[in-house]
Design a protein around this ligand. Structure first.
Ligand code: HEM
Length: 186
């Protein structure tokens, strides 16, 4: 099954990006959190913009999964400047070559909502961040997260295109997150 293959093929990439996210650090400051949101916006916005140009089947529910607007909402809530993308010093997002790679990207963006549930609870304790105030991106689908993930997995397992293109898109996307998290947005 494609979902199981993806998980196994990207396990090391997940560990890499997880290690680059300061977000479970007990000493996380609001300034560090804002910096993280800006880095995430720099990678999520250009990738989602490309997904909107691809013929993603309706079964994937793309329009319900877009989260760049949540990052913008969080930055505004925290009175932080919202970077106009592209921003100097931000690495360029990869160019997705087609639908297969796009689905790999969506797998990574959507999978990140799972860790977001753990992160969301930590943000409340550490910084008083809530879904309504600064934490909409990590809150993501909230209580609907499990159902959204299962629906995504069912759609992907039924998709009949080239599985290796999906793995390539997922790896490109994890790489883009790693680059963004190492980068220093202006
Ligand atoms: C501190 C940061 C992170 C933590 C603590 C975290 C944690 C988790 C957890 C707990 C799961 C669920 C594992 C399971 O149920 O089997 C998960 C899955 C996943 N995460 Fe993360 N994550 C983090 C960052 C990220 C980021 C930044 C991305 C994307 C760039 C990402 C992408 C994924 C994906 C794609 C899955 C689904 C794996 C599968 O196929 O089951 N995660 N993560």
């Amino acid at each position: 099954m494609l979902m199981a293959h993806l998980k196994q093929a990207t396990r090391e990439r997940h560990a890499e990006v997880e290690a680059l996210m300061p977000v479970l650090d007990p000493a996380l400051t609001q300034a560090a959190y804002i910096r993280l949101l800006r880095q995430l916006l720099g990678v999520v916005a250009p990738l989602e913009a490309q997904l909107l140009e691809l013929p993603i089947p309706a079964a994937f529910g793309l329009e319900h999964r877009l989260r760049a607007p949540l990052l913008v909402r969080d930055l505004i809530a925290l009175s932080a400047p919202t970077p106009v993308w592209p921003t100097r010093g931000m690495p360029a997002a990869p160019r997705l070559s087609g639908l297969g790679q796009g689905l790999g990207t969506l797998y990574v963006l959507e999978g990140s909502t799972l860790g977001g549930q753990v992160i969301g609870r930590h943000l409340r304790v550490a910084l008083d961040i809530t879904a309504e105030w600064g934490g909409a991106y990590f809150h993501a689908h909230g209580e609907g997260t499990g159902a959204m993930w299962r629906a995504f997995g069912e759609a992907l397992n039924l998709w009949e295109g080239d599985a290796e293109e999906v793995v390539a898109g997922a790896n490109l996307t994890f790489g883009a997150f790693a680059d963004a998290l190492r980068g220093v947005p202006a």
